[in-house]
Design a protein. Structure first.
Length: 418
């Protein structure tokens, strides 16, 4: 049966588009995956080098080598999938507010240059970007420097956290306050089974937090990540809280981004009451060079900048910013880190504790009052940590927060149901 002339014309046009797409892919050393196109929507903000999450990509092998092909210039941008099948890429060129762009999913013939790795080494997880260390997560128990009580021993925290210049931004056992372990999570003033329990202040010898097991690691052209499980334990009653960390590190520009998701569940049948207190939860301890108690290494005090433009530490204390940056000189050069508070977090924007003298701050919902972690419930917190060189760029940090809070939208076009 002859096809109507209109159908022949439409069929020819579609075939021409398909052939041209594959010719363009061939010129860039890749193969077009039929039917897989994704539309990127900037939404109400201008976007540039944003981290973009793609919905699950159907019908492809877990470790398939993938890239997105720019519709105009054919440039290939690497895509990395996680175990759930979602894809991640870095937006390859600016996209103005209200604008959209459609990419083709292709299989490149060779891997992209560089890469992100997680390696297990001597009881640590080492995350690197293009052969440069981004962070170290401690699985094995770390002990304080000789001459200090061993109740400060700890695992399940990040130290050091680096910026792209290789400056170590954190201190795992700071002189004077060795219970503040670089980048860590611990509740402070709590009540468990009618007993005062403090997971933060280890010198009270009430409780602590420790690594339990490694769930998975992920390496690839876009990010490096890992998932771990750690246990918050009472010295009197044993395990109280199970916590999962999902960590993923990216480099969209001349800074590192590390996303931290913590998921918490009570172990057993008793709730954990988090009492109102002036600090606790996510803690960040800055460089030893900012620690006035460390007379051998101190060179300059820590500076602070919040999303509200506050630079005075006392005014910043217990304020509720979208993001907080701390910085100072390390090795004679400016460097720092910022923590971006996700809008889905409990009591967002979450109050921060900024110490008037010590180089640390915490993101602490208990400042606003007591609450309870109950059996059978799941509690989640999300943070984005930016490690940068120089002094903080407020415009950049605001852009990164917008990307985090209201990310670029992505949806699959023809041929996909996800």
């Amino acid at each position: 049966m002859a096809l109507p002339s209109m159908s022949i014309s439409r069929f020819s046009s579609l075939m021409l588009i398909f052939i041209l797409a594959n010719l363009l892919a061939a010129c860039t050393g890749s193969r077009f995956i039929t039917g897989n196109q994704v539309e990127i929507d900037a939404g109400k903000y201008d976007r540039d080098h944003s981290i973009v999450r793609l919905p699950a990509i159907p019908g492809l092998k877990r470790n398939a080598l993938l890239a997105l092909q720019h519709p105009d210039n054919g440039h290939l941008t690497p895509v990395q999938r996680n175990e759930e099948g979602e894809g991640f890429f870095i937006l390859d060129e600016p996209l103005g507010h209200g604008q959209k762009r459609t990419y083709r999913l292709v299989k490149p013939d060779k891997k992209a240059a560089g890469g992100f790795k997680v390696e297990s080494r001597d009881g640590d997880l080492i995350t690197s970007a293009n052969e440069k260390n981004v962070l170290t997560y401690h699985m094995d128990t770390q002990h304080p420097p000789p001459g200090n009580p061993d109740f400060y021993r700890r695992s399940g925290y990040i130290d050091p956290l680096y910026n792209p210049a290789g400056q170590a931004l954190t201190d795992g056992f700071p002189l004077g306050h060795m219970h503040q372990h670089a980048l860590f999570f611990a509740y402070t003033n709590t009540t468990y089974r009618d007993s005062f329990t403090d997971f933060w202040n280890q010198h009270l010898q009430k409780a602590t937090v420790a690594f339990e097991k490694l769930e998975k690691t992920e390496s690839g052209p876009v990010f490096a990540g890992f998932t771990t499980r750690q246990i918050h334990s009472s010295n009197q009653f044993g395990p109280v809280l199970a916590e999962e960390w999902q960590v993923a590190s990216f480099q969209p520009g001349d800074y590192y981004i590390t996303d931290l998701r913590t998921t918490q569940n009570i172990i057993g049948k008793y709730p954990l009451r988090i009492n109102e207190y002036h600090y606790g939860a996510l803690g960040i301890r800055g460089s030893a060079e900012w620690n006035e108690s460390d007379t051998l290494r101190f060179t300059n005090p820590m500076q602070v900048l919040t999303s509200e433009g506050v630079r005075d530490r006392e005014k910043a204390n217990h304020s509720r910013p979208r993001w907080t940056a701390v910085y100072g000189k390390i090795g004679g050069k400016w460097a720092g880190l910022a923590v971006l508070d996700h809008p889905d977090n409990f009591r967002h924007p979450t109050p921060i504790r900024v110490h008037p003298d010590m180089p640390y701050f915490s993101v602490s919902p208990m400042v606003l009052g007591a609450y309870s972690l109950d059996p059978g419930q799941t509690y989640r917190f999300r943070y984005r940590v930016v490690a940068f060189e120089g002094e903080p760029d407020a415009d950049l940090l605001e852009k990164l927060w917008r990307d985090y809070a209201e990310p670029v939208r992505a949806k699959w076009m023809t041929g996909n149901k996800d």
